[in-house]
Design a binder for this molecule. Sequence first.
Ligand SMILES: Nc1ncnc2c1ncn2[C@@H]1O[C@H](COP(=O)(O)OP(=O)(O)O)[C@@H](O)[C@H]1O
Ligand SMILES: [Mg+2]
Length: 254
Amino acid sequence: MDNRPQKYAVLNNKGGVGKSTIAVHIAHGLAIKGKKVLLIDMDGQNDASLFLGFTSEDYHRSLYDLLMGKSTSISDCIVKARDNLDLLPSKYIDRINGELYKEPDLSSFLQSRLSGLEHLGYQYVIVDCGPQRSKVNDAVLHFADRIIVPVQVEAASVRAIGNIYEYLSDLGLDSDRIAMVIPNMFDQRTCDGKENLNFIKEFFAGSNIVTAPILRRIKITECTELGKTVYEYDEEASKQFENLVERLASIDGR
Ligand SMILES: Nc1ncnc2c1ncn2[C@@H]1O[C@H](COP(=O)(O)OP(=O)(O)O)[C@@H](O)[C@H]1O
Ligand SMILES: [Mg+2]
């Protein structure tokens, strides 16, 4: 039996579209369903860690130590975030990025540096990525089995949808890796919102990767500011993520 975790990167070249929010809520949602999940925070702003209530005071070792050859084991860098949910935090992402310019081949870089992960019993590894192209994101895209793309239902975000395809193609990766496109912060009351959502659906017509939209909910913004997830904060808002979690849990099938 294949015991290796399913690895997902949550990525979009734009900032503020909901990558960290979605990464955290998918991760915690799966954990609540009893799946063993590791969330890797690979964005310099550390929002995913913050959204789970962790500041840099709470961890002394991080992905930086692991990737930059400091003698440490992966388990020493992981912190328990919730039942069934662990967090691998990061520091100095810019320094890691600078170092990666020296690596001749990024296609197996994370796979080999994080090989210890395969034996820790996780069913899912979710990587929260920073915006924009970077060496770190190149490495993550090679490492992940599948990609989750949040798109803010707003004109500028929608116009930029094609960028992810260009990025994958430049790395020589197949766009089949995109598992889900998640319209986020949808406001069904505005014509603009409906128009942009339709654009997303049409762009991906013929595939079934576009999920139901996540509505803009103030409770979602509030909980991330408090270092809690919606599952701990507001039952009604937590329903926004149910569908996504179900969908992922069924893709995996374990
Ligand atoms: N569906 C939503 N409804 C309301 N606020 C949201 C929603 N999704 C994300 N947010 C808020 O929008 C902001 C940006 O989200 P974030 O996940 O940090 O984006 P990114 O990681 O793409 O930069 C955060 O304050 C977050 O709480
Ligand atoms: Mg983020």
